[in-house]
Design a protein around this ligand. Structure first.
Ligand SMILES: Nc1ncnc2c1ncn2[C@@H]1O[C@H](COP(=O)(O)OP(=O)(O)OP(=O)(O)O)[C@@H](O)[C@H]1O
Ligand SMILES: [Mg+2]
Length: 231
């Protein structure tokens, strides 16, 4: 579905990602893990066209998307839950959700699906989004991305700033989405949760992939255990 190879990403003249190769197959849940500043967000910003200062190849269903505008990339079936969530605090929950795709036929059933997944959003439908708890705001950000019925959902560190309880809750809902067959690329620093949930993973450090493989094999790697799992 998503096929990235030889990707180099720059901010101005500074290169932050080198020769990245990553694939996501249809129906897979894949994680890109790595510490602060590794280049996870830079990679994803490039996939969705928010940063086009890059070389290499990114294809989505065998179609080149590197260099396209974000709007056109999203139209092809990609959606991003950004790290900063970017919800509109002074708008009700429902209005935030509808921004994700109320122009599409069949949006009503998408909304129903999101309310089934996150009942709290249904309960708080009329509440201003800014008054939701951090975890609820994360659910809202995920819900809004789902409104476009994406083929590939990319999440940039959804666990950031959440209590362990809420992290577990958010991951449970992602797992449910995975079981429903949605394809997910998850960027995380919460390595334990990410490897528990995903089938495959890539480890990005200083802009380079240093390890990749099945999640359960990565979990047994000495480097992962020492650097990320505190074992
Ligand atoms: N807009 C920008 N201009 C210049 N440098 C940037 C910009 N955004 C990111 N960088 C740099 O690119 C490198 C990779 O940052 P990036 O945000 O991609 O890392 P990350 O893996 O997402 O980290 P985190 O887990 O902290 O979000 C860092 O050195 C960062 O300082
Ligand atoms: Mg980031």
């Amino acid at each position: 579905m998503l096929d990235i190879s030889g990707l180099n990403v720059f901010h101005g003249n500074i290169q932050v990602v080198w020769d990245l190769k990553l694939t996501v197959d249809e129906g897979e849940m894949v994680t890109l893990i790595g510490p602060n500043g590794a280049g996870k967000s830079s990679t994803v910003e490039t996939i969705v066209g928010l940063n086009r200062n890059a070389t290499g190849s990114i294809t989505f269903f065998n179609e080149n998307i590197l260099g396209l505008q974000t709007y056109d990339i999203f139209k092809k079936g990609l959606a991003l839950v950004p790290a900063k969530r970017e919800i509109f605090p002074k708008m009700p929950v429902i209005e935030n959700l509808l921004l994700g795709g109320s122009d599409r036929t069949g949006w009503e059933s998408s909304l129903q699906h999101i309310y089934n997944l996150f009942p709290i959003l249904h309960e708080r439908e009329r509440q201003m989004a800014g008054t939701l708890s951090g975890g609820e705001q994360q659910m809202l950000a995920i819900g809004r991305a789902l409104m476009s019925e994406p083929k590939l959902l990319i999440l940039d560190e959804p666990s950031t700033g959440l209590s362990p309880l809420l992290v577990a809750q958010v991951f449970r809902s992602l797992e449910r989405l995975g079981k429903e067959g949605i394809t997910i690329l998850l960027l995380e620093q919460n390595v334990r949760h990410a490897l528990d949930m995903c089938e495959r993973g890539y480890v990005l450090e200083n802009g380079r992939i240093v390890l990749e493989g099945k999640a359960k094999d990565l979990m047994r790697e000495k480097h992962i255990q020492k650097a990320y799992l505190g074992i």
